[in-house]
Design a protein. Sequence first.
Length: 615
Amino acid sequence: MINNIVQNLIQERLIFSVLFFTPIILIIFYEIITYCWGNQLESKIDKNLISYPQENLSFVNFWLPTIFFSIFFLIYTFLIFYKEDFAYYDNEQFTKFSLQGIAYGFPIWRDQGRFWPLGLQEYNLLSLIDKSQLVYRGFSIVQLLIISFSLYFTLYKFSPIWRYITIFIIFICPPFLMTFFELIYPERNVVFYLIILILIYTYHTKNYPKNKRFFIYSALITAQIAIYYKEPVFVLIATIASARLFITLLSKRYLHLKKILKELIYINYIDIGMIVLTLTYCLLYQTQIVPYIIDAYSHNQKTEENTIFSIFLLFIQDNFIIGIFSIILVLRLLQIIFLKSDIDVFLDPLALGGMAYLGVYAKLKMFDDYNNYYFAPALVIAIIYIAHFIYNSIQFSQQINRKVLRKIYFYSIVFLSSIILILTISQYISQSSYKILSRKAVINGHVNLVNGLVEYSEKNNRDALILFFPLNNSFIHNYLIYTFKEFLSYKKFHIFNVNKNDNYTNNLNNFKNISVILKSPATDKHKDNKCISWDWAKDEFCFFAEKAETGDLIVLLPNYPRDSYNPEEIKKMIENEKLVFAYDFNANAPLIEKILHTLSHKKVENGKVYIFEKL
């Protein structure tokens, strides 16, 4: 494993030299300007310490909400581990690599224009501890714990109850939940480092000078890590930093240019550093990736003809909090421009960064019901920003002199906030419940199919099985077969390789473990007797066959809900073939699943799997 990691680092030494040394150079440069200008410019910094409201540690105000949130966190943790295995889509990135003691390479896919080199690297290190669900998912739990504490202190203005409500909403937000229930999404780490960065910025913005260097260096390192976990993150970071610099320039426009630049570099060094980091990323992408792009990572076909505005409307339709966030951001800009309202030097730039992040995906037209986890970082920002807007609006009511107007304004804000809160929690709980169940259905479908094959093999004394996968309504039918094939390999099944150039009916019993042949009608242009032809799938694994032959096992896989098999075809198979195994995720559901089914906004339809023997 260590040798693999070292070899990968050597192969991409230029990229990782830049990634590692850029923050170090920025830190050294800060020490130089501190030595040269520190005494002169230190007096320009506002020394007001961050002011925390006096905590009310009464049982009702603090301990009761803390207990409730702790219970919620334990349930959340339980659901993450519940009925888990490395059997979900894309989990071959674990089963083929770190779980086998092989380091997963850096995701620098030049031909597709993909450049997120830190993606999944933490699992290379975690596998050195143990190759188990406990370690892999335990890491996510630790991140959630740190996020909880970070958000609690970031929301220092709020009462404990309002802090916990805000954190609760973030946790049940479907894109956020998806990134922590599934291991492969880099957005989990983006969200983690973003929240750490928000905490650092909160302290730094409030000019907490005792540990100034610690905050500056931590911010630069945290931002650098986040940038290299997902391509659009540089837009988010650059927007925040640029907006903060612009605000500083506006406040010092009356000063001499030389004086402005000195103060800007010293006082806003975090923002200057952030811009340097994002420009470095862009330079690397332009020189190391762009010249080699052959087939760029494409957007979803369903949204190809849509405009950016119509894509953004789809975002809002999927998650209405994006619409609320957009309206509030526009209102804030109008307040600042026309009512000369004070600018929040961090929250307002943060909101602009979140909106820019959403704008990137709207421009790329990347949207689908199953990849809305892309928006997790922006939605975390949106929820934090809306919570602060509501809080500030309620606080503003106290400044209204006339009692009648004050009451009308206050109760209007409370009423609108309550509606937003109820609708948000209702939508998030129903959507998240469905996503949890739908995901667990796929995992348990694969797990039970493997158990069914083992049981059939032992019962019939057959170590060689031929599996036929009939076409369903899925446009990714081949990928579904590939996912199951990788899980079979992980469970020590021997998969017969098409490239062996042997007739697959010969020599099947020469292997110690269960040996399987995979067959399916073509979904790609088949060649060389293959049912799937992918250049990247070097281990060709599926034979082309129009139909199953006598003795073959017909396998119906768990699918995306929209791609389910035709019920009439299943009924016909039950009547005409021998049913060997059947599993229904929804049948005999335990209490926790029944609760989730009740909360879900629609029925889970991808929970049935079958094995038939062709007669």
